[in-house]
Design a protein around this ligand. Sequence first.
Ligand code: ZN
Length: 59
Amino acid sequence: MKCPQCGDRTAVDLDTHSSGFTSDESPVKECGACGLVWRVVMESGEAKVDIIKPADKKK
Ligand SMILES: [Zn+2]
């Protein structure tokens, strides 16, 4: 999946099993390029990007 912030494709799945996330939500992704953490949630039948942590701007 492409990063919604920078379009990079190096996003990795984070282990959410111990974080209290429910199974009906998509895996949490972290962008390897900008540090954005997000997941995709279904809202009224439409996929919506839910930003969990903003992109890391320190570079
Ligand atoms: Zn990114």
